[in-house]
Design a protein around this ligand. Structure first.
Ligand SMILES: [Ca+2]
Length: 281
């Protein structure tokens, strides 16, 4: 065999192996783009860490030391319903509402803060072993991430981690999982410092789909403190999917559009241009 033929044969062998692996694991990721179908204004001082819509109300947590807060709005009108500051030594992260409680993660305080949903008064706190990033729930358990490729399921009644899920994309660990949303039996996750959302099978941690949101916030709308895409909320009333970013002026309602034949997810979604602001998850 000539050298060139050997190269071709080797390439065919590798391609065959890749196809075999994809076929065997069923991990060919579906790729999506997006279409904007609606938008609502958001205060530009909102360093979005948690976003959720429950019973017609939008819950937003905003991060920063000395600036962290929890806000609740009437989603239809956009009117502020309630606001609560957080201990200035705490950096607020993701939030979720489950039953009559609201849960708020902290970045490095090793605490999950629990509030009474009715009036947003503090109720109790749960310890977590490490950092806190994104938070959602599946109707029974809390699900949070710590910036790694792991998601933790927490029993709110027992105050303990019941399960750890390793998230993989095409067989490789996928880390920097940030804001989360439980949608139709799947976990949607922002990937920190990218314009990408992934859709995860909670049974085995496999990334089933990748959504490229590049260009969602127009360049002309960006300012020096505009930070990365972060925040996913499904409106249970109509199934609408809303996304936003840190210090973005808009919440966008999007629909997914299949992006067949696009480049690989890693190439398709480069990070949003870095802003002057320090980056925190
Ligand atoms: Ca969310």
């Amino acid at each position: 065999m000539t050298t060139s033929k050997q190269h071709i044969a080797a390439r065919q062998l590798v391609a065959g192996l890749v196809l075999t692996l994809l076929g065997a694991t069923g991990q060919a990721t579906d790729l999506y783009g997006y279409r904007i179908v609606d938008k609502k204004p958001q205060s530009r001082d909102t360093f979005v860490q948690g976003l959720e819509i429950v019973d017609g109300q939008l819950y937003v947590s905003s991060g920063g030391y000395g600036e962290s807060r929890l806000r609740r709005f009437d989603f239809a009108s956009g009117e502020l319903d309630s606001e609560r500051g957080v201990n200035p030594r705490v950096f607020a992260e993701g939030l979720t509402v489950l039953g009559d409680k609201l849960y708020l993660l902290t970045w490095r305080s090793r605490n999950l803060l629990v509030y009474n949903r009715a009036d947003l008064t503090p109720a109790q706190r749960m310890q977590i072993p490490g950092e806190g990033w994104g938070l959602t729930n599946d109707g029974e358990q809390l699900i949070y991430g710590d910036g790694s490729d792991r998601l933790y399921f927490v029993s709110p009644g027992e105050h303990r981690i019941t399960r750890t899920l390793r998230v993989t994309e095409n067989g490789a660990p996928l880390s920097r999982l940030n804001e989360l949303e439980w949608i139709d039996g799947r976990i949607w996750a922002n990937i920190w410092q990218t314009d990408r959302i992934v859709i995860i099978d909670p049974a085995d941690g496999t990334v089933e789909a990748s959504v490229d949101l590049k260009g969602l916030l127009p360049v002309v709308e960006r300012r020096s403190d505009t930070d990365v895409l972060n925040g996913i909320a499904r409106n249970p009333a109509d199934g609408g999917i809303w996304v936003t970013g840190k210090n973005w002026p808009w919440l966008y309602r999007i629909e997914l559009v299949p992006a067949a034949g696009r480049e690989t997810p890693a190439d398709a979604a480069p990070a949003t241009p870095a802003s002057a602001a320090p980056h925190q998850p």
